[in-house]
Design a protein around this ligand. Structure first.
Ligand SMILES: *Cc1c(COP(=O)(O)O)cnc(C)c1O
Length: 213
């Protein structure tokens, strides 16, 4: 998979190492993660705090350079655990969560890389700030809560052309002066890389189908 990501980057005229491949291990057992670690993979993504907690603390002992990304929604009451456990949080999407993260980061001195999730399709059931509110929210995160936002993240609607959403996320990130874009999954990571993804989140194409997540 790493090779395919590097090829896609080069085909887009970008450096092979400009895209971070996050192996999304949600719904897969710890043995699957161990096998990926043995093959050299170091960045992993989980969408639930509890599940990540059940797998990763013991894996970190054997792979101190492992990087763990939270890619799913974060409840405010789990912010403390999330700051302690994750190296990156891709789902900052509301003021009270940003405020709580700001307190935890100040208290612990641990500063995970933060992405603001944008609901590019404005789907009512999906998390994320609306595109037109993104710039103001990124500014509020910094000015009101002391958070350094690294980039933006999106999950395009299932029934729409993802490239439109990737292009919108790239435009919003540029306007906000942010250098990182978390976009692209198994089915559309190549399009995302063409449109400037710095982090692709790939589950099925690495680990196979999930049973129940
Ligand atoms: C599950 C998940 C992925 C990975 O999806 P695949 O289609 O299995 O590659 C990526 N991003 C998020 C936010 C997810 O929840």
């Amino acid at each position: 998979m790493r090779g395919r990501v590097e090829k896609a980057a080069e085909a887009a005229g970008r450096a092979a190492d400009s895209v971070n491949l996050i192996a999304v291990s949600k719904g897969h057992p710890i043995e699957a993660v161990r096998a990926a670690l043995a093959a050299g993979q170091r960045s992993f993504g989980e969408n639930r705090v509890q599940e990540a907690k059940s797998k990763f603390p013991e894996l970190r002992a054997s792979a101190p350079d492992l990087e763990l990304h939270l890619i799913g929604p974060l409840q405010t009451n789990k912010a403390r655990e999330a700051v302690a456990l994750f190296d990156a949080i891709h789902s900052v999407d509301r003021a009270n969560l940003a405020e709580t993260l700001g307190h935890e980061i100040a208290r612990t001195g641990r500063a995970p890389k933060l992405f603001v999730q944008v609901n590019t399709g404005e789907e009512p059931q999906k998390a994320g700030v609306a595109p037109r509110e993104t710039l103001a929210f990124v500014r509020q995160c910094g000015e009101a809560f002391g958070l350094k936002i690294a980039g933006l993240m999106c999950i395009p609607p299932e029934d729409e052309e993802p490239s439109l959403h990737f292009a919108l996320l790239l435009k919003l990130a540029r306007e906000a002066g942010l250098n990182e874009r978390s976009m692209g999954m198994s089915a559309d990571y190549e399009a995302a890389i063409r449109l400037g993804a710095t982090h692709v989140r790939v589950g099925t194409a690495i680990f196979g189908a999930r049973s129940n997540v």
